[in-house]
Structures are given as C-alpha cells and as structure tokens.
Design a protein around this ligand. Structure first.
Ligand code: HEC
Length: 308
C-alpha cells in the first residue's frame, strides 16, 4: 500500500494539529499560548525535533530492510505499494463490514424468485451503517424525550435567553476593551443626555474655565453663553473650533489631540447647553449673531402618484 501522505506533508500536518490543539486547550488570554508560556514553545520545538527524528529513523529502517529483500520479495513489495489506499485490504474489509454487500458471484444465494419481465430482485440485508444510525436516533430520541418532556430541564426559549445574556456580556466586555471611535466633523451631533453633558461640564470646569469662566461668561476667552459667535455657532462650528483651535487667537488651542474627539463632542454640547443662561458679569457679546440654518424639509410628495 502506498503511504498515505509523503513525509514533507505528514510532519507539518501533525505539527499543525498539535499546535492548534495546544492553542485551543490552553487558556492564555489575548496572547497566543506559545508566547504567553515559554514552556509551550519549548515543548513544540522538542516535539518537532522528535517528529523529524522519527521520520528519519523510519525511512532509514525502510531502506535497510528493502536492501535485504530478495528480488522476488522486492517485486511483491513494489506491487503492494502500487495499490491505492481505497483498494487496500483494510479499506475493503471496512467497507464490507459497513455495508455487508454481496459480491456479484454470491448474488445467486440471495436471489428472490420474483421475475418481472427479466427484472430480478435481490434480498440484500440492510446495511449495518444505516441500521446502527437508525438505532442511534431512537436512543437519542428517548433520551431527548425524557430530558425535555418528562424532566422539563429547560425550554428553547430559556436556552435562547441565556445565549442572548452571554452575548450581551461579550459585547460589554468588547466595548470596555476597545478604544472609542473617533468623532469626525461629519458625524458630530449635539448631545443632550445627562451623562454626556455631565462629562462635558467636568471637562469644561477642569480645562476651559480658566479662560471662559466656569459659567461660560468669559475672561480671556469670549462669552460662550450668548448668541454671538466669533467663529460661528451651532454644534458643527463649535466642535470644529474647539477641536482645531482658533486661527484668530492662538491662546484658544485645538483640543482634539489633547482630550480626544469624543470629549470635544461632550464639551461642545455642554457649551451649547449654556446658551441663554446670562451669567452675572458675563463679557459683552463678540462676533456675529448666530441664526441656526433651518434644516431643509423634504418637498411635499405627491401622494396621488403612489396610490396606484
Ligand atoms: C488659554 C485660554 C483658553 C482656554 C484654556 C480655552 N479657551 Fe476657548 N477661547 C479662548 C480665546 C482667546 C477664544 C477666542 C478665539 C477667537 O477669537 O477666535 C476662545 C474661543 C472659544 C470658542 C469660540 C467662541 C466664539 O465666539 O467663536 C469656544 C467654543 C471655546 N473657546 C471653547 C473652549 C473650550 C470648550 C475649552 C476647553 C476645552 C476652551 N475654550 C479653552 C481662550 C481659551
């Protein structure tokens, strides 16, 4: 019989299987096991070395035995090696055990004497692979019936809920580990939820209040609570200015690199929430009055056109 795989396939294949099994069974967190635990690397190296050594020894023994054979035996061996795996004795036996089929010569034994215009019928046994599979489904069915309809272990609904719970936990974990996505000028929106505004307020008090005053009335920087803006109002302009800084006045630096764009969105939203608060002692308005451009409403659609 021919060898199933040549050694240059066999060695990498076995090694890859062992490697994957180790990675699968050893819990090593984010890093692969062979980096996390040096012992695993050592084991893999020794294993690879042994594999190669065994291959070399086996092929050497093969060659020595071959040279000791008589011509007659060599011929037999060469012939045997020509036969493919599917035609080997082992495979033939296995197939026979699984199917118990009769060879053509034996068909006379199981011939039924039904003859329909020359079409004859054989009384083959049911193939064992099929019969055993059938028994297995019966056993499976009985256990299933007992567990889920007699003992009522859990319902499909409960199973589903449990999986959803687990998936949600995974999502939470993923969110905690992965850095937040950057906010771009196109994406930025005015945040109005309490949590974001509270975060914005905290940032404002810590980083901006020195120049704009905690209430936004303005000291070095302009009043942020009125409708007048030097660099334009609205969330997009305010976000852009806080993120990139002012071109007119270098003391208002760009904050995106320092605190991050998510935080800029929070603080910009907080700044806009101060609109109209009229803090005592606020600076006089600077710049132009900002009028929020009216969002274009889609033209009224012709309803008659869609009725038919
Ligand atoms: C070192 C002082 C200083 C700090 C700190 C500072 N600013 Fe300013 N800010 C200014 C000055 C000065 C201007 C005026 C810029 C101009 O004339 O264009 C300004 C302008 C602004 C404007 C635009 C106002 C307008 O009318 O266009 C906004 C919004 C703003 N700052 C928000 C912030 C926020 C939010 C922070 C904290 C992250 C902050 N600033 C930190 C000095 C500062």
């Amino acid at each position: 019989m021919k060898k199933l795989f040549p050694s240059y396939v066999r060695v990498p294949l076995i090694f890859a299987l062992v490697f994957m099994a180790l990675e699968y069974f050893i819990d090593s967190g984010d890093k692969p096991a062979f980096i996390e635990y040096p012992m695993v690397s050592v084991f893999l190296l020794v294993f690879l070395f042994l594999l190669v050594a065994i291959e070399i020894v086996v092929s050497a023994v093969d060659r020595v035995t071959y040279s000791m054979l008589t011509d007659e035996q060599r011929k037999q061996l060469d012939e045997a090696q020509q036969i493919s795996f599917m035609e080997s004795k082992f495979m033939k036996n296995l197939l026979h055990k699984l199917s118990r089929s009769k060879s053509i010569e034996q068909e006379a034994d199981i011939m039924l004497d039904h003859d329909y215009d020359g079409i004859k019928e054989l009384d083959n046994v049911l193939p064992p692979w099929w019969v055993n599979l059938f028994y297995a489904t019966i056993i499976f069915g009985a256990i299933y019936l007992f567990r889920f309809h007699v003992m009522n272990e859990y319902t499909q609904d409960q199973e589903y809920q449990k999986e959803v719970e687990l998936a949600n936990l995974e999502i939470e974990k993923h969110k905690m580990n992965s850095p937040k996505e950057e906010i771009t000028l196109e994406q930025v929106t005015l945040l109005t939820d309490d949590a974001s505004l509270a975060k914005g307020k905290e940032i404002f008090n810590n980083t901006c209040a020195a120049c704009h005053k905690a209430d936004g009335g303005g000291v070095v920087g302009p009043n942020l609570t009125d409708e007048y803006w030097i660099n334009g109002g609205g969330i997009k302009n305010v976000f852009k200015l806080i993120a990139e800084g002012s071109k007119n006045n270098p003391s208002m630096v760009g904050w995106a690199k320092i605190i991050g764009t998510n935080e800029v969105q929070n603080v910009a939203s907080y700044v806009l929430s101060l609109q109209g608060t009229k803090p005592a002692g606020g600076k006089a308005p600077e710049g132009e009055k900002w009028v929020e451009p009216v969002a274009e409403t889609p033209a009224a659609t012709d309803t008659t056109a869609t009725t038919k």
